[in-house]
Write a protein that binds this ligand. Structure first.
Ligand code: ATP
Ligand code: MG
Length: 570
């Protein structure tokens, strides 16, 4: 989808602007309200989040987690975390552990209800036997290619498998032998006997079991047949007493099958409800693409702060609150759309504006000598930790004869509207006083190396500009990483003109400032703490790379959305 289709923070609905308290109920709440009014499930609400442990969770999953957990919470119901671990070839314990940690971090609570579809393998097998006995399932000897050829198309019905009418006895024996490992991978399947002429391809005798001689991270070598997603999902929901099985739109065509299995087995029948998945501009969300970014080292890992993974967002400095607020704001819909990345960035900006203490940091230092201060003299300036929150207190910031300001806060040939420092001009040093630029010192090549200024601590004088600064003598030198969007086009998935998503990587998505100058109070910054560097952005003390006394800072987000401006939507 192109940028024009994406909504920007400025055209979001009124209810979103007022903090997401939508006046009307979303369509899923309406369904649940009606179910409760009708006394369905005894009024219970029980949801689940069913990740497949074949990758790390991303911001799209966060939407599903917040939705499922949020509904359980709202109705005083329950929420389960269940791993859909039916494909041992792609799944790993590393992913299981990371997913548990990320769902928890986001605020999901499942008490003792952490489950795995593999917990139900024996029950699923027994149900397969039950379906064979009822004449509703059969063992099929067609290989994958033959099965495809029999399947038909959207406009043509499929052909019955030649094995469709096997006797119950033969089917039971063959299934037992499949389970016992008598046959090679892919040589046989167990299929549901539904309707090869169904207009819904999912109903054309779908596969229930495949032979796969593969080690499973939980069941080990106990099984060499594995149930399909469709045969597993609804029954797992049923076993857990799920009432509302909420999933993304691509499963709409699978719902008749979900219903068929529950009905034929005569078991508790949860209601599947589909909603539109989250798509975001300037990023990719396919697990395959995320894996490729990691594997081919386009990023530093799953937790690279530029990744849309929960791990990456955490390392970037996003708070769980901001992600929940974002998910609340975007709401749930039945139609696919793409949300502007600016919404996500806005959510964290708003949250950090409230909670992040202020500090001063100079990223590209220009030395300024305050000629009327004595060398060695240190004055102390008190600065509020938060301009709107006096309860957060003040901190002491040292002011000395030599300070640093940002290079771009000085301009030699400044236009009229430039209200920062220029030769002969005045500017306010945040919290300290006013300086006047008397002399510009340059090197042989003509580059400005330092400024000589007069300091005046008369706070009553009026000047137009205020800049941040750091004492050169007391500055803490450290590494600051300026992260930006990983892709430089709104839709990196766009494969036109033979391009791949990798062609759209933003070469400027990370800039490492090796020697930024921070006010000395930051030496005590705890790893994992967050700051607003005044006029610069929001920053997060990296929990892995920070050293005692020398935090390394990741930029979470700039103070303003520069991308919207670039795209002309601001
Ligand atoms: P795949 O199944 O291709 O490996 P997936 O992203 O669907 O990828 P799952 O682990 O199956 O991964 O997803 C778990 C749950 O998260 C599913 O219920 C799925 O519908 C939901 N989900 C996945 N991506 C999104 C998204 N972008 N927006 C909202 N929900 C999502
Ligand atoms: Mg999936």
């Amino acid at each position: 989808m192109a940028a024009a289709d994406a909504s920007s923070p400025d055209d979001r609905p009124e209810n979103a602007k007022s903090g997401g308290r939508a006046a009307s109920r979303n369509f899923i709440q309406q369904i649940i309200d009606a179910d409760r009014a009708a006394g369905k499930n005894g009024g219970r609400v029980h949801t689940r989040f069913p990740p497949e442990p074949n990758g790390y969770l991303h911001i799209g999953h966060a939407k599903s987690i917040c939705l499922n957990f949020g509904l359980a919470n709202e109705y005083g119901g329950k929420f389960n975390l269940r791993f859909d671990d039916t494909n041992p070839v792609k799944e790993e314990q590393e992913y299981v552990d990371a997913i548990i940690d990320d769902v928890h971090w986001l605020g999901g609570e499942w008490d003792d209800r952490l489950f795995h579809a593999s917990d139900y393998f024996e029950q699923l097998y027994d149900w397969a036997v039950q379906l064979i006995k009822a004449g509703k399932a059969y063992v099929c000897d067609l290989n994958a290619e033959e099965m495809r050829a029999h399947r038909g198309t959207l406009t043509e019905p499929g052909k019955n498998s030649p094995h469709r009418d096997r006797s119950v006895k033969e089917n039971l024996e063959l299934l037992e032998q499949m389970r016992a490992g008598k046959f090679p991978d892919g040589s046989r399947t167990l299929r549901a006997k539904i309707d090869m002429a169904s207009p819904n391809l999912n109903m054309r005798d779908p596969v229930m079991y495949r032979i796969k001689h593969a080690h499973h991270q939980r069941t080990g070598d106990a099984w060499c047949i594995y149930p399909s997603y469709d045969y597993t999902h609804g029954q797992s929901d049923s076993i857990e007493g799920i009432t509302h099985s909420i999933c993304t739109l691509e499963f709409e065509n699978h719902r008749p099958l979900y219903d068929w299995f529950c009905r034929e087995l005569g078991i508790h029948h949860p209601q599947q409800i589909e909603f539109a998945r989250l798509n975001l501009t300037y990023t990719v969300m396919s697990k395959r693409k995320l894996l490729e970014l990691v594997r081919d080292k386009h990023v530093a890992g799953w937790d690279d702060p530029r990744m849309p993974t929960i791990r990456g967002l955490r390392r970037r400095g996003y708070t769980a609150e901001s992600i929940r607020a974002f998910c609340e704001r975007i709401g749930v819909a039945k139609f696919n759309s793409t949300i502007d990345m600016g919404w996500l960035e806005d959510a964290v900006r708003e949250d950090l504006n409230e909670r992040a203490p202020r500090a001063m940091a100079v990223l590209r230092p220009l030395k300024v000598v305050l000629t009327n201060l004595k060398a060695g003299e240190t004055r102390t300036v008190e600065a509020p930790n938060h301009p709107q929150k006096p309860e957060l207190g003040v901190r002491k910031v040292p002011l000395t004869r030599e300070i640093y300001i940002e290079q771009d806060d000085f301009m030699e040939d400044a236009p009229k509207k430039f209200f920062r420092l220029k030769p002969g001009g005045d500017v306010r040093l945040r919290g300290a006083g006013i300086i006047t630029c008397d002399e510009v010192v340059k090197d042989a090549a003509g580059a400005v190396t330092e400024l000589h200024c007069t300091f005046d601590d008369d706070h009553s004088r009026k000047v137009k500009g205020t800049i941040h600064w750091v004492s050169a003598e007391h500055a803490l030198s450290t590494e600051v990483r300026l992260y930006d969007r990983l892709f430089n086009v709104p839709n990196p998935d766009d494969a036109s003109e033979g391009k791949t998503f990798l062609d759209h990587l933003n070469p400027d998505s990370i800039e490492v400032v090796a020697d930024a100058k921070l006010e000395p109070s930051l030496a005590n910054a705890e790893p994992g703490s967050r700051y607003q560097f005044e006029r610069v952005g929001y920053f997060y003390a990296d929990p892995l790379d920070s050293q005692p006394g020398r935090p390394v800072l990741n930029r979470t987000v700039t103070l303003r959305d520069s991308w919207a401006k670039a795209a002309g939507t601001a």
